[in-house]
Write a protein that binds this ligand. Structure first.
Ligand code: S3P
Length: 168
């Protein structure tokens, strides 16, 4: 069974929908940010502060590529993971890559309530980062817009895509 890999910008619902999918499909969840923090023994903000973004990206690539070798898992990645082409290819080789999206107002609202993201700044900063990444996210094979959907509705849509991909 192919993995379900959730990616997309911060605040699009990867961790929340990952948990829903895991419960609904009875598939184990790998949250790569949680694994990175566990491996480093400190939260992601502290990794960025003390070791820098490049060090974070190196561990992220390693953790994601290891996760990609599993089977029948739900994998929720950090928003920047698929910017690394080797990581994106490894995740796609064994899984259905689904990019979650949301409009910027929704993202600001969701992430503003849940800080701890070193790359999350003000509206202009988020807009800039979103437009820098837009091309990479657009290249991914599937997209689910979570803006006006409840987590349950987004989960339904992800399951529909995943089942369809498994039967192809
Ligand atoms: C990042 C997103 C974060 C986390 C790190 C970097 C990014 O994960 O991996 O702060 O580059 O977009 P979420 O997308 O789960 O917030």
């Amino acid at each position: 069974m192919r993995n379900i890999v959730l990616t997309g910008f911060m605040g699009t619902g990867k961790s929340t929908i990952g948990r829903h999918l895991s419960r609904r499909l009875d598939m184990p969840l790998i949250d790569t940010d949680q694994l990175i923090a566990k491996q480093a023994g400190k939260p992601i903000t502290q990794i960025f502060e003390e070791d820098g973004e490049a060090a974070f990206r190196a561990v992220e690539a390693e953790v994601c590529q290891q996760a990609a070798r599993s089977e029948g898992h739900v994998i929720a990645t950090g928003g920047g993971a698929v910017l690394n082409i080797d990581t994106a290819e490894a995740l796609a080789a064994n899984g259905v890559l689904i990019c979650l999206t949301a409009d910027i107002e929704t993202i600001m609202g969701r992430v503003g309530q849940n800080p701890g993201r070193p790359l999350f700044q003000n509206y202009e900063g988020v807009l800039k980062l979103m437009s820098e990444r837009a091309k990479v996210y657009a290249m991914l094979p599937h997209h689910v817009d979570t803006t006006d959907r409840t987590p349950e509705e987004s989960t339904d849509e992800v399951i529909r895509i995943w089942k369809q991909s498994n039967s192809e």
